[in-house]
Ligand binder design. Structure first.
Ligand code: ARG
Length: 470
């Protein structure tokens, strides 16, 4: 039963030590050490507030701030490596502080609980990570925009139901992802403001008897506001769930893109070539070049969805206020953050230098299918034939052409006119792939002029985003 170190962690009420297996089970130091820098910063602000309000003396405040700073240096240099005996990062820091400062160190926890402390740390952490992810989104968009600017006039088959539908400008296709990522960027920006609220000073659950100034510590930590209700402040994890929702949507977008790259890199599609720096080989099949990066991104999605699910389930039955269940939020948040960051970094490199569009093959691909069939119907409709009638007629043309092993462009003018007298020599121009794309010039469509405008707008918006402050 020997675990003497944790016998007196809490109070004199405890007489014997924790069972070692339970100590291990209870401890979070193995993962919440990730929060240490934020714990130190949060504690420094708390100490300053205690001095500011006269709850401790100015000298004591200074000593606490400096002692915490020393622990920061010790941690960064690898000298301070708390183990399981500390239970969690908060105890580890307080214990070290007391070693350094004696009785003054013991004053740090006045008017505070680990419950408001951990909430503060987690928010400070997530605030930083959200900023970093938003920057990564902008980096990814920058690469997509550059690729788009090089491929406005590169054609690519467009699909619905994974069946050839209508040809597209490749830039238009890439810009669709720029839009998705823009929503992700905005969403994180909105969530940021709900992460950025201070629970510090909510105490264990009910506030404190000391004349604290929550707004003062919140201001030092650059929180935008403070939780209005102490019970809510210590037990709210909406901000973490919202973050994981946003992270899940980012992963959805990255995964859809990954799926396309995997398809495009296959021999069947042959739309992209993967460069050596971003693909791997097989241990047995020498001819293979595998799209591991997009596969891993696609494969990691489940982790983030899982973390979201875990937090939702963790919260749904919790009575107010703090319950130890909440300790489970950390690994979900940390892994969610790391997964999104790693996937964004990898896919940005892949898009930047790891893949080459096979433009010739792409342009050729759209010339060998029936994805211009709608344009024949549109051609007739523009000449006054009711669209549904035109549609039915073209259906027949496709059927007979398929049987004859011909494409629409192979029909002679006589054949066209036999089908309908409205067909004239300009039908060939109307169904040429380049014209088919160029003609879809409706707002938000794939017409080259539209795409150029969309690209310019997206570039402008990107620059504004780069210059903006959260
Ligand atoms: N390690 C704990 C957590 O992550 C800190 C808060 C503990 N509070 C308590 N009342 N036991 O949630």
């Amino acid at each position: 039963m020997a675990n003497p170190s944790s016998a007196q962690t809490w109070s004199q009420r405890f007489e014997s030590a924790l069972h070692p297996v339970i100590a291990q089970f209870n401890a979070s130091i193995g993962f919440d050490i990730e929060l240490i820098e934020y714990d130190l910063t949060g504690s420094q602000a708390h100490a300053q507030m205690l001095a500011h309000t006269g709850i401790i003396s100015p000298e004591e405040g200074d000593q606490l701030v400096q002692g915490l700073e020393q622990i920061r240096q010790e941690y960064r240099s690898g000298q301070f490596q708390p183990g399981i005996e500390a239970e969690d990062v908060h105890f580890a820091v307080e214990r070290r502080l007391t070693e350094l400062l004696g009785d003054v160190g013991k004053k740090l926890h006045t008017a505070r609980s680990r419950n408001d402390q951990v909430g503060t740390d987690t928010r400070l952490y997530l605030r930083d990570q959200i900023q970093q992810i938003r920057q990564q989104i902008l980096d990814f968009q920058a690469v997509l925009l550059r690729q788009a600017s090089q491929h406005v006039e590169t054609l690519i088959p467009g699909y619905t139901h994974l069946q050839r539908a209508q040809p597209l400008s490749l830039a238009h296709h890439l810009l669709a992802y720029v839009e998705m990522m823009q929503r992700d960027w905005l969403r994180l920006g909105e969530i940021y403001h709900r992460v950025n609220i201070s629970p510090l000073g909510c105490g264990a659950l009910a506030g404190t008897t000391f004349p604290i100034d929550r707004h003062y510590s919140a201001q030092l930590l650059q929180f935008e506001s403070v939780y209005a209700n102490s019970l809510d402040g210590v037990s709210d994890r909406d901000f973490a769930i919202e973050f994981l929702c946003a992270a899940s949507l980012i992963m959805v977008h990255l995964s859809r893109f990954s799926e396309e790259i995997i398809l495009w890199a296959s021999e069947e599609f042959g739309f992209v070539t993967l460069r050596d720096s971003c693909s791997t080989g097989s241990s047995i099949m020498p001819q293979k070049k595998n799209p591991d990066v997009p596969e891993l991104v696609r494969g990691k999605v489940g982790r983030v969805f899982g973390h979201l699910q875990a937090l939702l389930v963790m919260m749904k039955g919790l009575p107010l206020a703090y319950n130890k269940d909440l300790q489970e939020d950390k690994e979900a948040i940390f892994d969610g953050v790391k997964t999104v960051q790693a996937c964004l970094a990898a896919i940005t490199i892949l898009m930047d230098e790891g893949l080459e569009f096979r433009t010739q093959r792409l342009n050729q691909a759209v010339a060998e299918d029936f994805s211009n069939a709608t344009d024949v119907a549109d051609y007739l409709a523009a000449k006054g034939v009711p669209f549904r009638e035109a549609y039915n007629l073209v259906g027949k043309v496709v059927k007979t052409s398929l049987a004859a092993g011909k494409l629409l462009k192979d029909l002679t003018l006589e054949e066209w006119q036999a089908l309908h007298p409205a067909f004239a020599a300009d039908i060939y121009e109307a169904i040429a792939p380049r014209q088919v794309v160029a003609a879809r010039n409706s707002f938000g469509g794939t017409g080259f002029d539209q795409v150029r405008q969309s690209l310019a707008k997206a570039q402008h918006r990107w620059q504004e985003a780069v210059d903006s402050k959260i």
